[in-house]
Design a protein around this ligand. Structure first.
Ligand code: HEM
Length: 589
């Protein structure tokens, strides 16, 4: 009693001390026990991971420090979302004379020279294994089992929902079956007029750039969005407005935000990201992106209700097959629409195996399927439209921009392309036919070489649900690993491509391709989850690029050594794609 009165604070203090003491004496062992349990439960993964070669890491964080840096000044992302992208870079690090990379990609590429075929890194508790041997890549990509995407793809969720790129399991299989036939060559052939008209539109727009240095990516990007809307979505030109450009810019900025979340580890957890200004910018960008998607679907639905069918894929069967007599075979021997002709996927099914009902452009078919039953809901259609618009746009814009830049740099190679085009078209300014595209053998080699050196999708990731024994060695990659297929590195292996950093279209001469492993050239991935737009991209690119080169000669002040490669989600050049053009013979409408 006396003690209470005289020393109340002391007693309270004692009580506090003892409860704090009890709390900590329980907490610490709890943590230790949890840690031991966690380690034991991961024993299998850790034991197998230990055998995989890779750089030494620090306790707990592993190699995370290698992946936190980015030289990108991203402050522009916090400004007006409608302004054109502007990125400022500091001191890019040089890897070799010909390549310079920024940020995360630099470190990964550096390791690929030390570890050659397989390399393990730890990002905190997360195990990543990079595969760079075509035999191992085949094992993963050809499998129906290892089809789950890496967890990093989840950053796409607010944008693409459960679209084809990230969905998995039954949903992915069901939707892939529905979507793949809409990119069958027979449907694509009906887009040829639209590809021609839009390519001529680009030539027209480029007139104002004659004599200037300009970023061709802006034009490629806008044209790609317009073409996708007109072809796959079946939305006529007259109903499009400046939203195409706005959309293209919003997509580019969204990619930058996703890239940021990959490189800045603290932005990965959704709850932290949602507290940042980037999250607010993302919300605004998604309003623009989803705004266009919704508009497109609404317009299409109303057209269908009114009985208006804009899509050119509804052209009569005779017209569509008129040119199909020209064999669907490969243009460049050994290759078929951007991949080794030895590889087959669901885009390579025979014409006759695509039922009459399944012929149709992408959005038509999606809406039709929704009307006819519960195969796909409205929300799922929106997710797929967003996916196709993203995958179909940024990739081809990057590929065509790299191609034009390379033509500007390698004048001798451009001479050969122009000579080939002059042989095909002579003095005529007629549109490109499907048969013409089969004659563009040298142009196609240049395109393949562009995709080899600068694959728009530089890496592909899969999450392993079970252990995988590699084909190239006795190593076993444990379940729970994120396997990263290093397309960029595989395409630059000097044992597969001699002088891999030199742009040489002859790398795709038949005698060079015959003995190459099928999986040593995979710009469109391969196997069951290959790019569904591979044939679309190849056909469109050949029409677009040949029309531009029939009209203009390309020049560049820069060399390839000046490229600052930025491996966003899509491979780009940090400085943009500056070129100059001089008119040859203008092919316009
Ligand atoms: C040069 C152009 C293109 C390149 C290099 C390219 C490359 C790729 C690659 C590498 C993948 C696999 C990605 C992964 O597994 O993470 C992919 C998937 C995909 N691509 Fe493309 N793509 C191009 C154009 C297109 C076009 C034009 C479209 C649509 C019109 C398209 C639609 C898709 C879709 C929907 C997927 C997901 C397929 C699935 O998971 O089942 N792509 N693309």
């Amino acid at each position: 009693m006396l003690l209470d009165t005289v020393f109340p604070s002391l007693i309270n203090h004692n009580v506090n001390i003892s409860s704090t003491f009890i709390f900590y004496s329980l907490l610490v062992p709890t943590f230790i026990l949890l840690y031991i349990y966690w380690k034991l439960s991961r024993r299998h993964l850790l034991n197998l991971a230990e055998k995989i070669p890779g750089p030494k890491g620090y306790p707990l964080i592993g190699n995370a420090l290698d992946y936190v840096g980015s030289n990108t000044d991203i402050t522009y992302l916090l400004n007006n979302v409608h302004t054109k992208i502007r990125i400022v870079f500091e001191c890019p690090k040089r890897v070799s004379k010909c390549i310079s990379f920024l940020d995360i990609f630099y470190n990964t590429y550096k390791y690929s020279f030390i570890y050659k075929t397989v390399c393990r890194v730890w990002i905190g508790p997360k195990l990543l294994t990079f595969l760079m041997d075509p035999r191992d890549v085949e094992l993963i990509l050809s499998s129906q089992t290892y089809i789950n995407k890496g967890s990093d793809y989840s950053f796409f969720k607010p944008w693409l929902g459960d679209g084809l790129l990230i969905s998995t399991g039954d949903k992915w299989r069901r939707h892939r079956k529905l979507i793949a036939p809409t990119f069958h060559l027979n449907v694509l052939k009906s887009f040829i007029d639209l590809f021609n008209a839009n390519s001529r539109g680009v030539v027209n727009k480029l007139k104002i750039e004659v004599g200037k240095t300009f970023d061709c990516h802006d034009y490629m990007s806008e044209a790609t969005v317009e073409m996708l809307l007109e072809t796959a979505m079946g939305v006529s030109k007259s109903t499009q407005d400046k939203s195409c450009y706005e959309y293209a810019m919003a997509v580019m900025k969204m990619c930058d935000i996703l890239h940021l979340r990959h490189t800045k580890v603290w932005l990965r957890p959704n709850w932290i990201f949602s507290l940042t200004k980037y999250s607010q910018t993302q919300t605004k960008l998604l309003e623009i992106i989803h705004g266009l998607t919704r508009k497109v679907i609404k317009k299409k639905k109303s057209d269908i209700q009114k009985g208006i069918h804009v899509s050119s894929a509804d052209v009569p069967q005779d017209a569509r097959t008129a040119e199909c007599d020209v064999k669907e075979k490969t243009v460049v021997e050994g290759l078929s629409f951007g991949q080794s002709s030895g590889l087959k996927d669901d885009l390579d099914v025979d014409d006759n195996d695509i039922g009459e009902k399944k012929r149709g452009a992408f959005l038509d078919l999606m809406l039709e399927a929704a009307q006819n039953g519960a195969m796909i809901s409205d929300e799922e259609i929106k997710e797929q439209v967003d996916t196709i618009m993203f995958e179909g746009h940024d990739t081809t814009a990057a590929a065509s921009s790299f191609f034009l830049s390379l033509m500007g740099i390698h004048q001798d190679i451009q001479d050969k392309v122009i000579r080939e085009l002059d042989e095909i078209f002579g003095d005529s300014d007629r549109p490109v036919t499907f048969a013409d595209t089969l004659e563009m053998k040298y142009l196609e080699r240049c395109l393949m070489e562009t995709l080899r050196m600068y694959p728009p999708v530089p890496v592909i990731a899969r999450e392993l649900q079970e252990d995988v024994k590699l084909a190239s060695s006795d190593l076993v990659i444990p379940a729970g690993t994120t396997v990263v297929i290093g397309t960029f590195k595989i395409h630059r292996r000097d044992d597969i491509y001699p002088n891999p950093d030199v742009f040489n279209p002859d790398n795709f001469l038949p005698e060079k391709t015959t003995n190459r492993h099928y999986y040593s050239f995979i710009p469109f991935s391969a196997g069951p989850r290959s790019c569904v737009g591979r044939k679309y991209a190849m056909l469109k690119l050949k029409i677009l690029l040949s029309t531009i080169l029939r009209s203009y000669r390309i020049y560049s002040d820069l060399e390839e050594a000046d490229f600052n490669l930025q491996a966003d989600i899509i491979l780009k050049r940090a400085e943009g794609f500056p070129i100059q053009i001089k008119p040859r013979r203008l092919i316009t409408t």
